[in-house]
Design a protein around this ligand. Sequence first.
Ligand code: 5GP
Ligand code: ZN
Length: 121
Amino acid sequence: MTEADCIFCRIAAGTAPADELYRDEAIIAFRDLHPQAPVHVLVVPREHIPSLLDLEPRHAEIVGRLHLVARSLAERLAVADRGYRTVFNCGNEAGQSVWHIHLHLLAGRPMGWPPWPATGG
Ligand code: 5GP
Ligand code: ZN
């Protein structure tokens, strides 16, 4: 997967459509195409970082900023007080399907914990 065919790089570059809620020089946020909750937003660094396993010390600030943007969006979308969940999926067993890191912001319904029943192991 190169940046040219990465869907989130294309959304960041403006060459693929998205229901965008936030953009600055380093981060974009847009609604998930297949929402799993009434509010389901992806908060994404514009830099192509394939997985959390690719994080380097220089990324510490951007990872923190993703959470600050998520909080600000939760406030703007009026779900901060009732509660919201943020999730990074890392790797196949965690369900990562887009290899450009993204923070899921989920809200607007009660969230179970654990997130789904264990199926063994
Ligand atoms: P992951 O499974 O990697 O943690 O999450 C990827 C998310 O990206 C999924 O929730 C999926 O619905 C969403 N997604 C995949 N392709 C697109 C797209 O082209 N546009 C938008 N807005 N969301 C997408
Ligand atoms: Zn990318």
